[in-house]
Design a protein around this ligand. Structure first.
Ligand SMILES: *Cc1c(COP(=O)(O)O)cnc(C)c1O
Length: 393
């Protein structure tokens, strides 16, 4: 007989999902109501207002797409592209490669601006690409590359795009809630994010925002959006400012209770405070890792606080370390992807998981695991250094 599933208790310090705040799980277990119930419509309005706060925007078309971050990515491209369109795609990790896939599946041409995995998008290269492709309509880039732990300069990229009259698509799946995302201040046209990274909500939703310019383009497209489900012209009637609220699909009611709670938690803490918290715990973690003799992959100026790529020492079986952490400590950290596979561990400090307890726990679990596997590290220093960061004696 199969019986109910009871997941083990883990500490999620990988590239996502991150630990979900119990308040969010509790919100999710409340009774399901109809998706056109006036009370649910009221909740949708609140979610929109809270998302506008999180994205720092007044955009009317600000909503959670009913599917994970990857669907947000797809929604951005299918709505903003028509067959034959040229897009400058910046790739400095795994997710830029998926953007290229999306452009090509929309019948567009992707002009790739390639940077090494572990470095930020190079603005000079982007400018050169814009300058030699004056017919490009869109510039697409990943703000926070989760595959490498790199933050790129979104404001500067948006400024360049504006100079060349391009619309912008930005992946903020890992950045939203962890570092500044300023949709209106930077003038980004389409941003998609994810529920399960720094918002610490359950996976499966993709918050998005579209500028007036993007909406205008979508409304006046010459061809239909190739995806019926992700066509914003249809979704606008359900989520948009109008009172129509016509049926499009059944919203994931309980998941939206969860997102609402996650956004209320973010608002209670305050955006700036959330970014500062991520930065503070990141500094303590890095200091502890370096005291152990480990090194960081990414240069100081482009490190993401919420995703820490740590070099795997030579000769170490990185997968064995991750398995031991999971088995002995119930601690999940991430492996390297693509060209960094086998070369780095990715330690997430996202949302609810970004706290002092987890930093100290991760450092001690890692130190114990590495020394038990005879990896030559400095023992007995890491926690002391991290505690100094927290002013704990
Ligand atoms: C996780 C992630 C995605 C995909 O999100 P899913 O919710 O896994 O579909 C896209 N872009 C970046 C940068 C991510 O970190």
């Amino acid at each position: 007989m199969t019986s109910s599933f009871h997941p083990p208790i883990r500490t999620l310090m990988g590239p996502g999902p991150s630990d979900v705040n119990p308040r969010i799980l509790e919100a999710m277990s409340r009774p399901t109501i109809g998706h056109l119930d006036p009370e649910f419509i009221r909740l949708m309005d609140e979610i929109k207002t809270l998302l506008q706060y999180a994205f720092k925007t007044t955009n009317i078309l600000t909503l959670p797409v009913s599917a994970p971050g990857s669907a947000g990515m797809e929604a951005a491209f299918v709505n903003l592209l028509e067959r034959g369109d040229k897009v400058i795609v910046c790739q400095n990790g795994a997710f830029g490669g998926r953007m290229k896939e999306n452009v090509e599946r929309c019948g567009g041409t992707a002009v790739m601006v390639m940077d090494d995995w572990g470095t930020a998008v190079d603005l000079d290269k982007v400018e050169t690409a814009l300058n030699s492709n004056l017919d490009a309509r869109v510039l697409a880039f990943v703000h926070a590359e989760t595959s490498t732990g790199v933050l790129s300069d979104a404001r500067a990229l948006a400024t360049l795009a504006a100079r060349y009259d391009c619309l912008t698509i930005m992946d903020a799946v890992t950045s939203l809630g962890g570092v500044d995302v300023d949709a209106d201040g930077w003038g980004i046209d389409v941003i998609y994010s994810g529920s399960q990274k720094c918002l610490s909500c359950v996976p499966g939703l993709s918050p998005m925002t579209f500028s007036a310019r993007a909406m205008e383009f979508i409304r006046n497209r010459g061809t239909k959006v190739q995806s019926w489900f992700l066509d914003m012209n249809l979704i606008m009637d359900y989520w948009g400012g109008s009172a129509r609220r016509s049926y499009h699909h059944t919203a994931p009611i309980n998941a939206l209770y969860a997102l609402h709670e996650a956004l209320v938690i973010l608002k209670e803490e305050g955006l700036e405070n959330a970014w500062q918290r991520h930065a503070r715990h990141h500094r303590a973690l890095v200091a502890g890792l370096e005291a152990m003799g480990l090194s960081m992959r990414v240069a100081l100026q482009s490190r993401l606080p919420q995703l820490n790529a740590v070099n795997v020492p030579d000769g170490v079986d990185e997968a064995a370390v991750r398995s031991a952490l999971l088995e002995r400590y119930g601690l999940e950290i991430g492996a390297g992807l693509g060209s960094l596979a086998g070369k780095v561990w990715r330690i997430g400090l996202m949302g609810f998981a970004c706290n002092q307890k987890n930093v100290l726990f991760c450092l001690s679990a890692l130190e114990d695991t590495l020394s038990s596997l005879n990896v030559p590290i400095t023992q007995g220093r890491s926690l002391q250094v991290a505690r100094t960061h927290y002013n704990i004696r």
